[in-house]
Design a binder for this molecule. Structure first.
Ligand SMILES: Cc1cc2nc3c(=O)[nH]c(=O)nc-3n(C[C@H](O)[C@H](O)[C@H](O)COP(=O)(O)O)c2cc1C
Length: 173
């Protein structure tokens, strides 16, 4: 059975709620990054999530855990990213935390899956976006809360396909 871990950082609970929903949909385990250790980064499918704070910064618990991420062996690991942001209030740094994680895991040789189209979002700039795609699932509970559940559901279906997880391989919780 495929082991799926979702490691997330969340300040006001939005990313945490998304992580729990992703875990339920995929039969994975959601782990707050503040409680993660080196072993937490070993999984058949590793999913990392962060909201964006400050002006395009990682969420605080991720900043504190950066050494842990730096030390993780991600070579050829199948990995997906998600993040929460506010495209209206912070349209020039929209979901930049996902862009920060993306660059980091890419430089460590991870196989990043789960890209999504930027259609349906309105923002000026995002380091998580390239060529009309985000490097993962982007959620905006501030402005598009009504879309969060359907975006999570279709992204989880996409991940199952891209990671080659059949329903038999995915644990049901
Ligand atoms: C002070 C502050 C700074 C923020 N900075 C950004 C930002 O630069 N880019 C962005 O997309 N969202 C930004 N946000 C929005 C948060 O990412 C958003 O509210 C998110 O849902 C919080 O998720 P969390 O509760 O999991 O931490 C900011 C919010 C606050 C209050």
């Amino acid at each position: 059975m495929a082991e799926i871990k979702i490691i997330y950082g969340s300040t006001t609970g939005n990313t945490e709620a998304a992580a729990e929903k992703i875990a339920a949909a995929l039969g994975g385990t959601a782990i707050p990054v503040a409680e993660a250790d080196g072993g937490s980064f070993q999984a058949d499918l590793l999913i990392l999530g962060s909201s964006t704070w400050g002006a395009g910064d990682l969420q605080d618990d991720w900043i504190a855990a950066e050494a842990l991420l730096d030390a993780a062996d991600l070579k050829d690991r199948t990995l997906a990213l998600f993040g929460l942001g506010d495209q209206v209030g912070f349209g020039d740094t929209f979901a930049d935390a996902v862009g920060i994680l993306w660059r980091k895991v890419r430089s460590k040789g991870a196989r990043v899956i789960g890209f999504t189209r930027t259609d349906g979002y309105e923002f000026l700039s995002s380091s998580a976006a390239e060529n009309g795609c985000f490097a993962g699932l982007i959620l905006d509970d501030n402005n598009q809360n009504d879309l969060t559940d359907s975006r999570i559901a279709s992204w989880c279906d996409q991940l199952k396909q891209e990671a080659g997880l059949t329903d038999e391989k995915v644990a049901h919780s």
